[in-house]
Write a protein that binds this ligand. Structure first.
Ligand code: 2AM
Length: 179
C-alpha cells in the first residue's frame, strides 16, 4: 500500500518567510541549530503521519466541509524545546479560531486512525532543528501579524538530505468578521 506523510498546516506568505529567515540569521548563531528552509516555514495544525490514499481522500472531504471564519495570527513569542531540539515562533495568545480549526482537524484525523499523541496542541513555526544545546532567545518585542484566510494539506518528502513540503490541497476560511 502506498502511503504519504501528511499534515494540515497554515502557510506563511513568502515575504514573511523571508523576513523570518533574516530575523533568525540576525538573532541566532549558526551553531544554535539547523535552520528550516524559508519555503518550509509553516504552522502545523494536525500531523497525520503515514496515510493511505483512501484515508487522505476521506480527510480531504471532511476538510472541504469545514466552515470557519478566518482569524488574525500574531507571531510574538519564541521558545526552545531542547528534547526534540526545536526553536520555534508562536503566539503569546493563540486566537480562538486557530485552536478551533486545529482541534477539529485533529479530532477528524484521530477518528480515521491518525493518532494525535498526548501532547497538547502548541501552535508554532519551527525555525531551527537539532537545537539540543541551550539557546539564547531574542528578547520579546518582535511581532509579525498575518491574516489567515486558508488552510492546507501538505505531503512531506525526504530525498538527498532535503525535506520538501508539497501542497496537495487548500481550503478557504470564511471572511474574517470586520474585514
Ligand atoms: P515540528 O516542526 O514541531 O517538528 C511536518 O513534519 C510537520 O509536522 C512539522 O511541523 C512537524 O512539527 C510536524 N510533526 C512531525 N512529526 C510530528 C508528530 N509526531 N506529532 C506532531 N507533529 C509532528
Amino acid at each position: 500500500m502506498t502511503t504519504q506523510r501528511l499534515f494540515f498546516a497554515l502557510e506563511l506568505p513568502t515575504a514573511l518567510q523571508q523576513t523570518l529567515v533574516q530575523w533568525r540569521a540576525d538573532n541566532f548563531p549558526s551553531e544554535a541549530g539547523k535552520p528550516v528552509a524559508a519555503a518550509n516555514l509553516h504552522l502545523t495544525l494536525a500531523f497525520l503521519g503515514e496515510v493511505s490514499a483512501a484515508t487522505s481522500q476521506t480527510l480531504q472531504q471532511l476538510a472541504a466541509r469545514i466552515q470557519q471564519p478566518g482569524f488574525t495570527l500574531d507571531l510574538d513569542d519564541a521558545g526552545h524545546w531542547p528534547r526534540p531540539g526545536v526553536v520555534w515562533l508562536g503566539c503569546q495568545r493563540a486566537p480562538r479560531g486557530l485552536l478551533q480549526l486545529a482541534s477539529l482537524l485533529r479530532a477528524q484525523a484521530a477518528r480515521h486512525g491518525c493518532a494525535q499523541g498526548t501532547q497538547p496542541f502548541h501552535p508554532h513555526v519551527t525555525l531551527l532543528r537539532h537545537a539540543t544545546s541551550p539557546v539564547a532567545l531574542p528578547p520579546r518585542g518582535f511581532h509579525w501579524q498575518l491574516q489567515v484566510t486558508h488552510f492546507s494539506l501538505f505531503a512531506s518528502t525526504y530525498a538527498q538530505g532535503r525535506t520538501r513540503y508539497k501542497r496537495l490541497a487548500r481550503w478557504p476560511l470564511s471572511p474574517h468578521p470586520g474585514d
